[in-house]
Design a protein around this ligand. Sequence first.
Ligand code: F6P
Length: 356
Amino acid sequence: MILLKEVDGHMRIAVLTGGGDCPGLNAVIRAVVRKSIMHYDWEVYGIKNGWAGYIKGDYEVLDLDKISGILPKGGTILGTSRTNPFKQESGPERIKENAEKLGIDATVAIGGEDTIGVAYKLFKLGMPMVGVPKTIDNDLGGTDYTFGFDTAINIATEAIDRLHTTAESHHRVIVVEVMGRHTGWIAVWAGIAGGADVILIPEKPFRVEDVCDVIKRRHERGKSFSIVVVAEGARFLTEGDSDGSLIVQDAQVDEFGHVRLGGIGNVLGREIERRTGFETRVSVLGYVQRGGTPTAADRVLATRYGVKACELVKHGEFGKMVALKGNKIIAVDMEQALEMKKVDMDVYEIASLFFG
Ligand code: F6P
């Protein structure tokens, strides 16, 4: 534990949301503001549009009125961006200058690997930072769950339920492409919950022949439809290649070095139809997985994270991220978030009992 300083008395803290939005961001903001104002008598400045706003000095003062009614709202009232200050001219210096100009004593950065990664670098440059882990992908190390994931899997599960009835009526194979970046958390959790017949994830590259064999066997035992859930980052294996290939929408990388994933569903659907002769359709769930109101579980997790983040600030525990371990909210070093958390293969084994 790094204890930089004990903070007493009045403080002015900043809060920002960075990276892709996700359900529960507003619940964290609400909890941070409420705990700061009501419990500690601090002021809270909301930085607009993630690190982009910090670079520009774009902010609004968050009072109790501003957070009233935002708990069930999806997205983020602060706006977000995928701006990487370390790729902008004098980005970190401008952030430090703005924090000083605004009299910010500490910053709560709510985000995924990229946002927490920037917060960690700024912490190492001397800025007091606390992280809150968000992402529908649930791929952050150091925490059992990120908020946003529960909502995403509920949306995906409902979609799979709906796709079942149309697949069955038309005797079709339906391929459902879900998000998740380079991990298969959404695919496995929603796939189990929705009773998928095949689940394909980045952690286990696959051969199209094997997928077709599973579907054919299922049809041989009298089932005239199948649901295949594929994670956007799942990898096709070809002869002599043990890593597999990704399908990307855009190979150009963003400021954090990410390609834009997506498109594997259509490639796979075409191959399944060609090889099996079964009529196949594809449904790409896309951004609906990220939008809209958070589930009760995400609202509670986000609220607990927001309150704990303020407590870390209060105790001067900077360079830390709040995290869920079992049923406890704890503090871990931010660095831990940067290690990608892959799907537990024991759970994938359970999912695969239901394939075919
Ligand atoms: O990290 C969340 C996520 O929705 C991923 O599942 C997806 O690959 C990515 O963000 C999409 O990013 P963008 O919003 O930049 O298109």
